[in-house]
Ligand binder design. Structure first.
Ligand SMILES: *[C@@H]1O[C@H](CO)[C@@H](O)[C@H](O)[C@H]1NC(C)=O
Ligand SMILES: *[C@@H]1O[C@H](CO)[C@@H](O)[C@H](O)[C@H]1NC(C)=O
Length: 394
């Protein structure tokens, strides 16, 4: 009985250690050219934590933060962004994939419980596809002044926004294409005063031309009003109020109907191999010819080396005589020099003999410079007392 209990505890500890590392995988299907939003709910991750950790009696509102990255990479792919206002609120993965991002991407999300330091990792299989009717040539970008980006990401708020625009753009099939925080466009973080928000850019697309109401805002009269910081009067009823405050000066209409032909049939699924299939390299590639390269890199230097060797041997063997001749010439010149030096010396000696001048005093022996007295270098003999005895007896 006791052994059984120990075994149970062991298993619980083992599973508790393993479970946080275990992945749960979820599939999501973003569409090209449409806004994709995935909410990371702290309550959901709290429940997903292994049961052993419920022993801590965690409050249901434990703060949680998230980190998201592309599998095998430190960060998210370019089209996908992550935001979370505070650890008590939901985090959001959102973005708008383009055609080049089509295919499969695996996003890893790690949730950190800020109270218990538990972590949980979850993988998301992003299967990015494109729809045939995803071509939305008429797009409008609106700037919502009184919202932060997280406040527009929940599906219900998005629907509210779409309904408001629907009232202006009658009978249109509207799709939210992109949502961008004003901070991502060089906007400033607002002062921490109640009611101040960063602002959000919302891009909406439709396949029906713009209503006159929207087009008239861009008239020159209204643009001049905007220049003096006056909001132009909307020619139709502003159905966004009071929930969303739109900056009617900052509205961009993008008409792609004339410049861009609708994408006929996007090539789906290429680039991702089906499981079990093999890669067959193309066989019709032509053979490369390396002969000219070979000749250039080996034969050309060899040829130059041979030429140089021939030139050198010709100089060494056949031009030898010429060198000897030159040697003889130089020695002749040297002999002439030698003779002239000898002759000059003799001449100088002859001239010196003929001089009839007394020798300079300084050259005479024992000359005293101060008194002018000359003494013979020979010893004096009159003072015998200083002469050694043997010498004096002589
Ligand atoms: C969506 O907005 C972001 C930020 O402005 C931009 O980088 C991205 O290219 C946009 N995507 C599309 C599909 O317009
Ligand atoms: C309008 O939006 C652009 C960026 O799209 C921004 O540079 C500009 O300052 C905005 N103008 C006003 C009046 O808000």
């Amino acid at each position: 009985m006791a052994a059984n209990r120990v075994w149970t505890v062991f298993l619980t500890v083992l599973l508790g250690g393993l479970l946080p590392a275990a992945h749960t995988v979820q599939n999501v299907h973003p569409m090209v050219g449409m806004l994709f939003v995935h909410e990371l709910d702290p309550a959901y991750f709290q429940k997903a934590l292994p049961p052993t950790f419920n022993n801590y009696r965690i409050s249901p509102t434990a703060p949680m933060t998230f980190h998201a990255n592309l599998e095998g990479h430190p960060d998210l792919p370019r089209w996908l962004r992550y935001t979370q206002r505070t650890p008590y609120q939901s985090g959001y993965l959102y973005g708008s994939p383009t055609l080049s991002e089509m295919g499969r991407q695996i996003i890893e999300v790690t949730a950190y419980n800020r109270d218990t330091y538990d972590t949980l990792r979850q993988s998301f299989n992003f299967n990015i596809n494109s729809r045939k009717d995803s071509h939305l040539p008429y797009q409008v970008e609106l700037f919502v002044k009184n919202r932060d980006v997280e406040e527009l990401l929940p599906a219900t708020v998005q629907e509210q926004f779409q309904n408001a625009l629907d009232n202006i753009w009658n009978l249109a099939r509207l799709t939210i294409v992109n949502i961008t925080s004003a901070l991502d466009r060089g906007g400033r973080v607002p002062l921490p005063i109640e009611g101040r928000k960063e602002g959000v850019y919302v891009k909406v697309g439709a396949d029906v031309p713009f209503p006159t109401c929207l087009r008239e805002i861009q008239s020159s009269i209204n643009q001049n009003r905007c220049r003096v910081e006056q909001q132009p009067p909307l020619p139709c009823y502003d159905s966004f109020l009071p929930t969303f405050k739109i900056d009617w000066c900052n509205i961009t209409l993008i008409d792609k109907s004339t410049t861009e032909a609708p994408i006929e049939d996007p090539f789906i699924g290429d680039g991702v191999m089906e499981s079990g299939s093999e890669f067959n390299p193309p066989e019709d590639s032509e053979d490369l010819d390396f002969l000219p390269d070979y000749l250039l890199t080996t034969l050309l230097p060899l040829l130059i080396a041979l030429l140089l060797a021939l030139l050198l041997s010709y100089i060494m063997c056949c031009r030898r005589e010429g060198l000897e001749k030159r040697d003889a010439q130089t020695s002749d010149i040297q002999m002439v020099h030698h003779h002239s030096i000898l002759a000059n010396t003799d001449e100088l000696r002859e001239m010196a003999k003929g001089r009839d001048v007394p020798r300079p005093l300084s050259t005479l022996p024992m000359f005293n410079v101060r008194t002018g007295e000359r003494t013979s270098p020979m010893p004096r003999h009159h003072d015998t007392s200083r002469v050694p005895l043997i010498l004096a007896q002589k």
